[in-house]
Design a protein around this ligand. Structure first.
Ligand SMILES: Nc1ncnc2c1ncn2[C@@H]1O[C@H](COP(=O)(O)OP(=O)(O)OP(=O)(O)O)[C@@H](O)[C@H]1O
Ligand SMILES: [Mg+2]
Length: 404
């Protein structure tokens, strides 16, 4: 039977605290790491949970955003918010958003048990009155994110070229998204400058229709739209929950969404990972880079992301620096999924504002990315998947790189 009560938010011990309060085993309670993961679960479930219990670590804007989402997408699910300090006078806002109860954990676990039991009864009553749930979206694209906890490893280079390769291989509409809100440079790889503000893009998550979504993007190749904002280190980054909604809006309109995630474990990045079907971790072949990658993988597994979601990409993998893929595989006890060679074509293509996969599709560096793209798109591979250049359909030379 699906779990009726779900603990939402870190640490994982919150689930144990909740189980104790309810006098059940921890396994009787579900657990997801973040509000974005909770929203994802509600969207995917045939029968959504009765109650979501939000840990004290869930931030207030995320809690309110989740409540608003639940009101629309899973109105028979109740939310109970747990705080470990006083609730900053925001109780009316919580109630308006549809949160059923706010529990102060410092008052002991009895209050928590009573609140959750009340919420379960409420949800059961509602279910007996109403039958059908909100329909699931008919269409849902694949989200692929690219992450590295170390700067300058080739994250943006890989994101942009992977997106071009996927759009060309499949002929399906693809979005390439810059979530590096401080210093994003996805647009630079297409010879452009972003012109939207981050808030304008995030607002797409609040029910934008298809036309509004496409209008907010910049067409950078056939079947490929870029989404990015003017980098502004001074601006407050949007809450993770809002970023989750934004990415879901893109996912509902594009067959593939390839995301340049920020270089830190920000709320933005974590929301993005919760929605990602695949997460490419990129490193260069130096000992510091490999250590960073290993730590990043450990951290992301610890917060509950499944191992099979990760792909390991070695960039500049032919550099003669005394480390090779076998060393990385041995040290990290993981399999390397793709190796991208070092090439002068990469900085040259950046300076020209033309991705290498478009400009030099037959080159070794472009081919390595095209093969990685094939693993996501399922496009036919050459013999053994490694031999011979993979053709990329030729495109006319101009016309796509103009600002809208
Ligand atoms: N395979 C490669 N061969 C040669 N140069 C490369 C390769 N990959 C990346 N570079 C160069 O390294 C630099 C950094 O690449 P990129 O901008 O993609 O890194 P990033 O991880 O996005 O960095 P940031 O942390 O600043 O976002 C660029 O100048 C790029 O041209
Ligand atoms: Mg970058």
């Amino acid at each position: 039977m699906a779990q009726q009560v779900i603990a939402v938010g870190t640490p994982q011990t919150f689930r144990v605290t909740l189980a104790r309060a309810l006098e059940v085993e921890p396994e009787d309670i579900g657990w997801v790491t973040s509000v974005t993961a909770a929203e994802e679960m509600l969207v995917e479930a045939d029968e959504p949970a009765h109650v979501l219990v939000l840990s004290p670590e869930v931030k207030e804007p995320d809690a309110l955003g989740l409540a608003e989402f639940v009101g629309r997408a899973a109105p028979m699910t109740a939310i109970v918010l747990v705080r470990d300090k006083s609730w900053n006078g925001l109780l009316p806002a919580a109630m308006r958003a549809g949160i059923r109860d706010v529990v102060d954990l410092t008052q002991g676990s009895e209050e928590l048990r009573d609140a959750v039991e009340r919420a379960i009864i409420w949800a059961e009553n509602l279910r007996s009155l109403r039958g059908a749930m909100a329909a699931k979206p008919a269409h849902r694209g694949m989200v692929i994110s690219v992450f590295s906890s170390k700067g300058g490893t080739g994250k943006t280079f890989l994101t942009t070229n992977l997106a071009v390769a996927i759009a060309r291989q499949t002929g399906q509409d693809t979005a390439v998204v810059d979530l590096d809100v401080d210093m994003g440079d996805v647009y630079s790889y297409f010879g452009l400058e972003p012109f939207h503000q981050i808030d304008e893009l995030i607002r797409l998550g609040e029910g934008a229709d298809r036309e509004q979504v496409y209008e907010a993007g910049t067409k950078v190749d056939d079947h490929l739209w870029a989404f990015g904002a003017v980098p502004d280190p001074a601006v407050q980054p949007p809450p993770g929950e809002a970023v989750g909604k934004y990415l879901r809006a893109l996912r509902n309109n594009f067959a593939y969404v390839v995301v340049d995630a920020s270089a830190d474990y920000t709320d933005l990045a974590l929301a993005c990972f919760d929605l990602s079907d695949a997460i490419c971790l990129v490193t260069g072949l130096d000992i510091v880079g490999v250590k960073h990658l290993s730590k990043a993988l450990d951290t992301l597994l610890t917060i509950g992301l499944p191992r099979e979601r990760f792909r390991i990409v070695l960039n500049r993998a032919d550099s003669k620096v005394g480390l090779d893929a076998a060393d990385v595989e041995r040290v990290m006890k993981i399999q390397v999924d793709a190796m991208v060679p070092s090439s002068r074509l990469v900085p040259m293509s950046l300076n020209k504002g033309r991705p290498v996969v478009i400009e030099e599709p037959g080159s070794e560096v472009a081919q390595s990315i095209i093969r990685l793209a094939q693993r996501f798109t399922g496009a036919a591979e050459g013999p053994r998947g490694e031999e011979g250049p993979v053709p990329v359909p030729e495109k006319k030379k101009r016309g796509w790189f103009r600002r809208r």
